[in-house]
Design a protein around this ligand. Structure first.
Ligand SMILES: [Fe+2]
Length: 377
């Protein structure tokens, strides 16, 4: 067998990659796709009719036509599944190094992490942190259906997705990690510490610090729809001249400046009164919308896509020009974007108005709305 050999690819004289998001527009987009309420319901019915699976998981990945078996995303870095639990069912404990946003689109139930129970109801959002041993439970008399968004698709593309269906008993994993930290003896740190080496701000960090970054605990969080809706409905009164989005980010402050619901995703809840048309814009983050009231349409890269309550959509492949319009309101929608990931990578190009500047959000100045003016006019 011959040894694998790296190849040299000559790029002298031309730096632009073959797939380039600016300029000649040869971007090979994963085109928008609408998954209809009817198709989702049919799949839910099929899942509900299966014999009880060994691990309790009734799940169907909702994959983009361009996804391959290696990584079944609806966008290149985001996967979505529809998960069903019949009354009385629970999933077996599992953990994985992807982070998860759950959206309960039917019924209710709970998630158990380390003997702690997080109950959720219809249209609630609940997050499942990476490597948390968890179970989903349905102790109600009705079927539970969740949309489950994760960055597993991205991790699979990087060949680093771990899914452990035989995890340590809850609490044990945490105990292991605590022990490791406790075992660090005094004096095991480098005597030189971390220090500035050059005047322009280049530092040196010793190995001991490199392999022991300050842990920040990512906790599961629950956003009950009833409470979110009460706040969201107040935004409906922003006049028709308001140019921003009537939404709230479901924010976990631990994500800091990356504006996340999880370290990878933001989840926003949006209300669109009837007849509101967004300005066309674009961003490097990909957006998935789930509509659960009203109807409307989106225009993405010049093509019109109608949608209605109960439809899921890959609404904005990264950098695609798009806008959304509510034809009959109020429209309620959950949007998932990989914005925190992009801010961490310092790759979040954003253009709020096509005639305006492109900003690198997170490290350059962002945009403003006309909220104050719209409120006084
Ligand atoms: Fe957008």
């Amino acid at each position: 067998m011959s040894e694998p050999k790296a190849k040299f690819a000559d790029k002298s004289g031309r730096q632009t990659p073959d797939k380039q998001i600016h300029g000649d527009h040869s971007l090979d987009l994963w085109e928008p796709v609408v998954i209809s309420k009817e198709d989702i319901e049919a799949e839910v019915e099929r899942l509900a009719g299966l014999a009880h699976p060994n691990n309790g998981v009734r799940r169907s990945m909702i994959a983009h036509p361009k996804a391959d078996d290696r990584s079944l995303g609806l966008a290149p870095g985001i996967d979505v599944s529809v998960d069903v639990l019949l009354p009385g069912e629970r999933t077996q404990p599992v953990r994985q190094n992807s982070n998860i946003v759950n959206f309960c689109i039917q019924g209710a139930g709970s998630m158990v992490i380390n003997a702690e129970t997080f109950e959720f109801s219809h249209y609630d959002v609940i997050t499942t942190p990476s490597m948390a041993v968890h179970e989903y439970v349905n102790e109600t008399d009705d079927m539970q259906v969740r949309l489950r968004y994760s960055n597993g698709a991205l991790l699979e593309r990087l060949n680093i997705h771990l899914v452990d269906e035989d995890p340590p008993i809850p609490g044990a994993a945490d105990a292991d990690m605590t022990e490791a930290a406790d075992e660090m003896e005094e004096g095991s740190e480098s005597p030189y510490g971390t220090f500035e080496l050059t005047e322009d701000g280049g530092w040196l960090m010793p190995y001991e610090k490199l392999i022991n970054p300050e842990p920040v605990e990512i906790k599961p969080h629950h956003w009950p729809w009833k409470k979110v809706k009460a706040e969201l409905d107040k935004l409906a009164s922003l006049g028709p001249r308001y140019k921003g989005r009537r939404l709230y980010l479901l924010y976990d402050p631990v994500t800091g400046r990356t504006n996340g619901t999880t370290p990878n995703f933001f989840a926003t809840m949006c209300i669109r009164p009837g007849g509101i048309v967004d300005r066309p814009h674009r961003h490097a983050s990909a957006a998935l919308n789930y509509y659960f009231a009203g109807n409307g349409h989106s225009v993405v890269e010049g093509k019109r896509y109608p949608w209605k309550a109960g439809d899921l959509m890959l609404s904005a492949p990264g950098w695609a020009i798009h806008n959304h319009a509510s034809d009959e309101g109020p429209v309620y929608e959950l949007t998932i974007q990989d914005m925190p990931l992009n801010i961490n990578m310092d790759s979040l190009l954003w253009q709020e108005e096509l005639t305006g500047p492109v900003s690198l959000l997170g490290s350059q100045a962002g945009f403003e709305t006309n909220r104050e003016k719209a409120a006084t006019n």
